[in-house]
Design a protein. Structure first.
Length: 541
């Protein structure tokens, strides 16, 4: 009787007839870009530090964080966490509370006194103008690269709009001061109360090799409102600055705040804490169109702040404000209705946005300032003047702390390359790990950990921090909710489902590899990978 074909093969010839020779596609291990990382304006490797945090190795998690962001305790409080808006877990149950874990790590670092190191000195000197988030970030990264850094700040304290634009109930000053002190401990020199008037002269006298300009938007925008007899009119920036310098204004019993952004809410909530009986926000559009973040609106309403949407102030007569009702047209633009009413208030606070003072740059050769008051920079964040870079509020971008910190890091990398006679090239991004690439059924449902809130009555009378932090147990739980989108976390699924034993385990932390001699390209591994870290690609000869 004839033997089966396979048995008639000569010994050692099985690989010549391997199953792999039948493939039209082969599986490929790859790292995809997590959507949280992709959405972070500061460019944090969020998934990487969450990986360490979920192991309980908080110091390692913090050190990964500090490679991109020198202010994690600040960010965990004031960042509006676009990473969480992009988080794939939000389509499963709720997004990972990334900002809360970041805050926990930042606070833990301050408690434990964790420090970072610097590279050996390069002998190069860099001037940073402005001690706000962008300037601090640039100084931190440049110092860690080995450059000598001096920050010139016009104000009496470092922090910029983090200190003079964000109230203490959102950002306690001991937290801000602690993270600034860590930057100073690296050897960054701070020169406070030192406004720059002659940049070219300063660069020459200080023997600086490059400069980064990061002046914040401290100039309040004004609006022309007809006034028979003007009452008490203040601007939001001055009020918040006065709160920090011990010059809190007397606002009276009733206050109207004109504007719809986060600063308008900060002013209204600050006034409430100063003992104002009634605080009213007047905004010309709808709640849905307010630029303020929804959770801040909710917190303000909980604290008794009143908001009149679809109204605009038309005239002032001492303490009487005439407002006109608005309506939204088909294009979404507010239009006057001709209906008026009056509001009585002791003080009007304008919260209509801020501009940047760029006057000291007007005489610098090559620097171009756009009509809207921002500085024009190239892809490397350098102005038209060689060696002069700009970022933060000074360039076209969203004006947030996180965006500013990202600008500082990007500028530092480009300044470092400039000082070394080269150019900085960003690595190409991996393809995005979308939710459709995940197998969500492998993950257990686990709702987001909610941070504790200060009692509503105390919030109206004290500047204590409103939102509390996570404890170690909650932070560990929250970090473990990460799905590790697009990156292998060694669950062994591919190893277990492969019908050909073509997956080879390389050991803890080393992931896997495929033995393509035995893989027939069935695609089971890719189909069953929970996090989308395997891709089927066409077979090539």
């Amino acid at each position: 009787m004839d033997k089966p074909f396979a048995i008639t093969l000569d010994v050692g010839t099985s690989l010549a007839n391997r199953t792999g020779s039948w493939r039209t596609e082969r599986p490929l291990y790859l790292d995809r870009l997590p959507p949280c990382n992709n959405a972070c304006p500061a460019g944090e490797n969020i998934q990487a530090w969450l990986y360490h945090a979920e192991e309980g190795d908080y110091e390692s998690a913090w050190r990964v964080l500090m490679q991109d962001n020198p202010l994690p305790a600040v960010h965990g409080r004031v960042c509006y966490h676009p990473c969480e808006d992009a988080c794939n877990r939000g389509q499963l149950d709720q997004a990972v509370s990334i900002h809360a874990v970041e805050r926990f790590l930042g606070d833990e670092a301050l408690k434990q006194g964790w420090k970072v190191d610097c590279a050996p000195s390069t002998g190069k000197r860099v001037l940073v103008i402005g001690a706000g988030p962008s300037g601090l970030s640039a100084a931190y990264h440049l110092r860690r690269m080995g450059h000598d850094v001096t920050i010139r700040e016009a104000g009496p304290m470092a922090g910029g709009m983090m200190r003079f634009g964000i109230p203490k109930y959102r950002l306690p000053r001991d937290i801000l001061d602690g993270e600034i002190a860590r930057i100073a401990d690296l050897g960054v020199t701070f020169e406070l109360n030192s406004k720059v008037e002659n940049l070219a002269g300063l660069m020459k006298s200080g023997k600086f090799d490059a400069a980064f300009v990061a002046v914040g938007a401290h100039l309040a925008k004004r609006v022309d409102i007809p006034a028979r007899e003007a009452g008490k009119i203040l601007d939001a920036v001055s009020v918040l600055r006065g709160m920090e310098t011990g010059e809190a204004p007397k606002l009276g019993r009733r206050v109207v705040v004109y504007g719809g952004g986060n600063t308008a809410l900060d002013i209204a909530r600050t006034a409430k804490r100063l003992g104002v009986d009634e605080t009213l926000i007047v905004y010309r559009r709808t709640r849905e169109q307010m630029p303020a973040h929804d959770f801040e609106v909710e917190e303000a309403l909980e604290e008794g702040i009143l908001i009149n949407w679809l109204q605009t102030i038309k005239q002032i007569d001492q303490t009487t404000f005439t407002v006109e009702k608005m309506e939204i047209d088909e294009t979404g633009w507010p239009q006057p209705t001709g209906e008026f009413e009056t509001i009585e208030a002791d003080t009007l606070v304008l919260a209509l946005g801020q501009n940047v003072d760029t006057s000291f740059l007007e005489k610098v050769p090559g620097v171009a300032i756009a009509k809207d008051g921002v500085v024009e920079v190239d892809a490397n964040m350098m102005t038209g003047h060689a060696g002069l870079f700009a970022g933060g509020d000074m360039v076209p971008a969203e004006r947030t702390v996180t965006v500013a910190v990202g600008h500082g890091k990007k500028a530092a990398r480009n300044i470092d390359a400039y000082l070394r006679g080269g150019s900085y090239e960003t690595a190409p991004k991996h393809e995005l790990a979308g939710f459709e690439l995940l197998n969500a059924w492998y993950y257990t449902d686990a709702d987001q950990t909610m941070q504790p809130l200060l009692d509503g009555l105390r919030r109206q009378t004290t500047f204590e921090e409103v939102v509390g932090g996570l404890d170690e147990t909650n932070a560990l739980f929250e970090a473990r909710r990460c799905l590790s989108c697009g990156n292998c976390f060694e669950c062994d699924n591919c190893y277990g489902v492969c019908p050909d034993n073509a997956v080879i385990k390389l050991g803890p932390g080393k992931r896997f590899e495929f033995n393509y001699d035995f893989c027939k390209g069935c695609g089971l591994c890719a189909a069953e990978c929970p996090c989308g870290a395997i891709k089927m690609v066409p077979e090539t000869v």
